[in-house]
Design a protein around this ligand. Structure first.
Ligand code: DQA
Length: 146
């Protein structure tokens, strides 16, 4: 079972970016964590990160075309990108699992983070458990993938 793990803007800076909020682990650490969890679950993952909305939209189309489930941390795009939301809707609409992940709990932070334009079209949402959220999301994919 293939899974695309997509990380949005500024997540390439994990480790040095607001460590009080996002912790000290780097994006490379995240890639290693995903590889280990996916192996245990029998999933075939690919992790990508981009600061560019167009990349993420294209990768969501690719997930549909290659029938891969999606774990996505849309980062700040979560809160305002209708293009990303519409592309995410194509994934869940195709019967693929799409898990929205946030490292922090956006509901306990600034007001603008409380709204996600992606959540209505996600299969489910995991937030507030740090990088562990990716492990939980892969577990959800393994359990819910048709
Ligand atoms: C985030 C939360 C977003 O509000 C923020 O813009 C991010 C990261 C998280 O993982 O907690 O970049 O998605």
């Amino acid at each position: 079972t293939g899974v695309l793990v997509l990380n949005g803007p500024n997540l390439g800076r994990l480790g040095t970016r607001e460590p009080d909020v996002y912790g000290h682990a780097t994006h490379d650490d995240l890639v290693a964590l995903v590889a280990a969890a996916a192996e245990r679950l029998g999933l075939d993952p690919e992790v990508r990160q981009s600061d560019d909305e167009a990349d993420i939209v294209r990768w969501l189309h690719e997930a549909v075309d290659t029938r891969r489930h999606v774990v996505i941390n849309p980062a700040a795009f979560t809160h305002y990108s209708y293009a990303l939301r519409d592309a995410a809707a194509l994934v869940s609409g195709a019967g693929l699992v799409l898990v929205e992940v946030h490292i922090s709990n956006p509901h306990g932070r600034e007001a603008f983070r409380r709204h996600s334009v992606v959540s209505p079209v996600a299969t489910g949402v995991i937030a507030g458990f740090g990088l562990d959220g990716y492990r939980l999301a892969l577990d959800a994919v393994a359990r819910h993938a048709a």
